[in-house]
Design a protein around this ligand. Structure first.
Ligand code: GCU
Length: 448
């Protein structure tokens, strides 16, 4: 009898929760229709400060790219910690039934130094059966490895990031119903079947994702006061972490050093884009719903503003960026220039119909604004005119799917399709003459 009452109560709570979710969904406006955002400024190849207009890929790489990287460090993210050697202090196998017999799971411990702060990272490496070398997707996740590999005995638990308590069995389905079936982890079996390795870690092991603890970590890393204008933000430290993981993986003969992708959703997408803008060892970027401070223009009038974001998350960016809240027009750079720093490498951006907060139209304008740099490298950058016509063969594209902010099956289907196109292209022998002018071939040339 008691059990029945409990079940009825649970069912009622479920219904209530569903009704709230539906009401919430209906209230959120749909993202659709023509591009209403203004074009990205300044034009990416135009004169920039004292630097005259750019007319060649060589000048872009030698002159403009270093200037832009410095401008992003000074005005937006703060400087990334200096790269430091990474020592792998432990590697062991872990049993995990969720791989459906298609691969194996290893856990590595990495030790390194972010500025003045010692860092220990736990990396979960999933490898397909066979010899490789496999292309690898390096992922920072919201919930860390113990949530991603639920039931794997002995996997290191990291403090859960948002949303909520990812390791709590009752909360998991609630979190998934809001943020998508794949908010914790990718569809491992499908990823392995398609031949990809996955390396996952929790960025909170570098800088906590909380204002108090995160700012304390950043002060320790940088030696700067928390309010110093150039104090780096967590996004910069998380970007640095992608590169250190890539350093650690690069000695492993089972992985292909010419096919290393970074994946990040939302705040982790912001970090993935920044990482690729400074690290040529990153061959491809998958940045989902990265929004303001990521793929979207800071000057865009849609979605989250710089002021809203830096107020809610004072540890993500440098205080210099927060000072541009309400006066984004004065920023010397905008995010199309960050995307351009990744050219000509392939970048996949994503959006969702009910996620106006991450400003898909502003992201499309930014991707359009980066296109001239792709063209300069002889690569096909973003060609689409609207959110409705993604082009997975281009080296930059943005797709929109139904639903909310989160990671769904459709996101992974698109991610794997994009990877298949671009990593397969890059795997072709460079000797083929008709490949010489493609972005894919150029990607290998600049990144090695
Ligand atoms: C908040 C924040 C966004 C961020 C997102 C996320 O919504 O305002 O800027 O991208 O969290 O990381 O999920």
């Amino acid at each position: 009898m008691m059990m029945r009452v409990v079940w009825v109560l649970l069912a009622l709570i479920g219904l209530l929760f569903g009704a709230i979710l539906v009401a919430f969904l209906i209230k959120l406006p749909r993202v659709e229709g023509p591009l209403t955002q203004a074009q990205a400024t300044p034009a990416v190849l135009a004169a920039f400060g004292d630097d005259r207009a750019i007319t060649s890929a060589a000048d872009w790489s030698a002159r403009r790219a270093p200037l832009l990287r410095a401008a992003f460090a000074a005005n937006v993210y703060g400087a990334l910690p200096v790269p430091a050697p990474v020592v792998i202090t432990d590697k062991h196998d872990i049993d995990f039934a969720g791989l459906a017999g298609l691969g194996r799971l290893e856990e590595w411990t990495l030790e390194t130094q972010a500025g003045d702060k010692p860092v220990r990272l736990h990396l979960a490496l999933v490898l397909p059966n066979g010899k490789g070398p496999f292309p690898v997707i390096v992922m920072e996740t919201f919930c860390g490895n113990s949530a991603a590999f639920k039931g794997a005995v002995g996997i290191a638990a990291t403090e859960a990031q948002t949303p909520g308590d990812c390791n709590n069995a009752r909360m998991r389905p609630v979190i998934q119903s809001i943020f998508g079936a794949h908010i914790f982890n990718p569809p491992f079996a499908e990823v392995l079947r398609r031949g990809y390795a996955v390396a996952m870690f929790h960025p909170g092991e570098v800088v906590a994702d909380a204002a108090g603890a995160g700012l304390a970590d950043l002060v320790e890393i940088s030696g700067l006061e928390r309010d110093a204008p150039t104090r780096p933000g967590a996004i910069a430290a998380w970007a640095w972490a992608y590169s250190r993981v890539i350093d650690a993986l690069s000695g492993d003969a089972r992985l292909d050093p010419a096919r290393q992708a970074v994946w990040g959703h939302s705040r982790n997408g912001k970090a993935a884009l920044l990482a690729a803008s400074v690290d040529p060892n990153i061959d491809l970027v998958l940045a989902l719903q990265s929004g303001t401070g990521g793929a979207t223009l800071s000057r865009s009038r849609g979605g989250e503003t710089v002021a809203q974001m830096t107020k809610a998350f004072p540890h993500w960016f440098s205080p210099a960026f927060a000072a541009y809240g309400e006066r984004e027009q004065d920023l010397p750079v905008d995010q199309h220039q960050l995307l351009a720093l990744i050219a000509p490498r392939p970048v996949l951006l994503s959006a969702a119909r009910r996620d106006g907060w991450s400003d898909p139209k502003g992201a499309l304008r930014a991707a359009q604004g980066a296109e001239p740099v792709y063209a300069l490298f002889g690569a096909r950058g973003l060609q689409q005119k609207s959110l409705e016509d993604p082009d997975f063969g281009a080296n930059m594209t943005l797709y929109i799917r139904p639903g909310l902010h989160g990671v769904t099956r459709e996101d992974w289907a698109n991610t794997l399709d994009f990877l298949d196109v671009h990593f397969a292209l890059e795997a072709q022998p460079a000797a083929q003459p008709d490949q010489q002018a493609t972005g894919a071939t150029l990607t290998q040339q600049i990144s090695r």
